[in-house]
Design a protein around this ligand. Structure first.
Ligand code: PLP
Length: 428
């Protein structure tokens, strides 16, 4: 397949946009090659500007659980646009979406909408600090919570891909309040609580998706909950990726642990830029204008985005079989890939949570970021390049999660597995 037009477009983009992209992982740096420029999406597929078609396991990095061009969401957006793009004043659709979400969760009374996952997490951290009157926070290496200053410490995702522990431009004074712990290792969290009596919150991706897919163990999460409660710290589940992806209730469909604050993004906007953070009333009431903790946004609760989110959530709630179906496809895919790899003497570590899937080129189980980093990224890069050339679009890094969408079916998955057999044989 020819990607001539993408090559030209990338060179042109690099002249006026740093690295040619508006978010670093898109540049394909960790897998080599040229990023594909997209012309359009159709259901499970992407079409690039050279006219090539790809099965898309990225789905805009998670949001598009119904695939590209879902008619219900498209119609909701088009109808909303006719009434105006933005008002900077309250609209009823915000309340509607808030209610839809609050009724799903016992631990959510109130929710506030923002415009990205980064903004949601940044605001949630401020809220936790304001509520507890404490400054320190605990995060886990390999978890990514957006690019705000105090969270850009050994972050996963693009950061891990480039092997940068932290970013220039972030003052050390801001990160000195961020304590780092090891994922799935409760002793490391205990250590943090011993080192500081000023911990406002522990933030975790309960199903980590930004170091590849690494779910937290149930026992670990339970101990984490107890540790937070015993020490007067809030537990924040960052569900920007796993929310409405791992199940209708995100990670809470897989664990009995109840977080104090939840952050959302990605699926919640149905493909439009939306984030949100939510908690019980006691916590949310300290937010401005009810309380003293300031947080605001010109385009927050944007009506077009709210209608897209509402149309998305309505469908997620209506189809009781949806998540089971997506999970069956995800399992079919990773087990098929694993078998194909094994046949060529390549070992894959695979996992699935709802519509999220992951596979590591790794001989050993992956429980934390160090385990993930031990993966064979060179082999992953070869696999990625060859699959792409065969029309299969996987995330362009070993440290990302894959997504199944509702527009996929068994035949599509089986075709991808058949392609992978050929590719594994070539790279083994
Ligand atoms: C994607 C992501 C974010 C950041 O969201 P943006 O919309 O990219 O700002 C934060 N936390 C998690 C867990 C994510 O996956």
């Amino acid at each position: 397949m020819s990607i001539e037009k993408s090559l030209t477009a990338f060179n042109e983009a690099k002249e006026v946009i740093p690295g040619g992209v508006d978010s670093p992982v898109r540049a394909f740096k960790s897998v080599g090659g040229t990023p594909i420029f997209i012309a359009k999406g159709e259901g499970a597929h992407l079409v690039d500007i050279d006219g090539n078609r790809y099965v898309d396991f990225v789905q805009s990095w998670g949001p598009l659980i119904f695939g590209h061009g879902d008619k219900t969401i498209e119609t909701a957006v088009i109808e909303a646009v006719k009434d105006g793009l933005s008002f900077g004043a309250p609209t009823e659709v915000e309340t509607e979406l808030a209610k839809e979400i609050a009724t799903l969760f016992d631990n959510i009374d109130k929710i506030r909408f923002v415009s990205s996952g980064t903004e949601a997490v940044m605001s949630a951290i401020r809220l936790a600090r304001g509520f507890t009157g404490r400054d320190d926070i605990v995060k886990f290496t390999g978890c990514y919570h957006g690019h705000s200053d105090s969270l850009l410490v050994e972050a996963g995702s693009g950061m891990a891909t480039f092997g940068t522990p932290s970013s220039p431009g972030v003052p050390a004074d801001l990160t000195k309040h961020t304590l780092l712990a090891t994922y799935n290792d409760i002793e490391s969290v205990k250590q943090c609580f011993e080192n500081s009596k000023d911990i406002a919150c522990v933030i975790i991706e309960p199903i980590a998706g930004n170091m590849g897919l690494v779910p937290a163990d149930e026992a670990f999460l339970e101990e984490l909950e107890t540790l937070c409660h015993d020490n007067g710290a809030l537990l924040i589940f960052d569900e920007v990726m796993s929310g409405f992806r791992a199940s209708l209730k995100g990670a809470q469909g897989h664990t009995t642990v109840v977080p104090d604050i939840i952050t959302f993004g990605k699926v919640i906007g149905g493909g439009m830029p939306v984030g949100a953070f939510a908690a019980r009333a006691e916590i949310m009431n300290v937010l401005s204008p009810d309380g003293p903790v300031y947080q605001a946004g010109t385009l927050s609760g944007n009506p077009i985005a709210m209608h897209a989110g509402l149309a998305s959530l309505g469908q997620l709630k209506a189809d009781k079989e949806l998540y089971d179906g997506l999970e069956r496809l995800a399992k079919r895919l990773v087990l098929g890939l694993q078998e194909a790899a094994n046949a060529e003497g390549i070992r894959l570590q695979v996992d699935v949570r709802g519509s999220m899937f992951g596979f590591f080129f790794n001989d050993n189980p992956v429980k934390n970021f160090d385990d993930a980093l031990a993966s064979d990224t060179a082999l992953f890069a070869s696999f990625h390049q060859k699959m792409l050339a065969e029309g299969v679009y996987f995330a362009c890094s070993q440290f990302e999660t894959g997504f199944i969408c509702a527009a996929m079916d068994e035949a599509m998955i089986d075709d991808v597995i058949a392609t992978s057999k050929k590719v594994f044989a070539e790279i083994a």
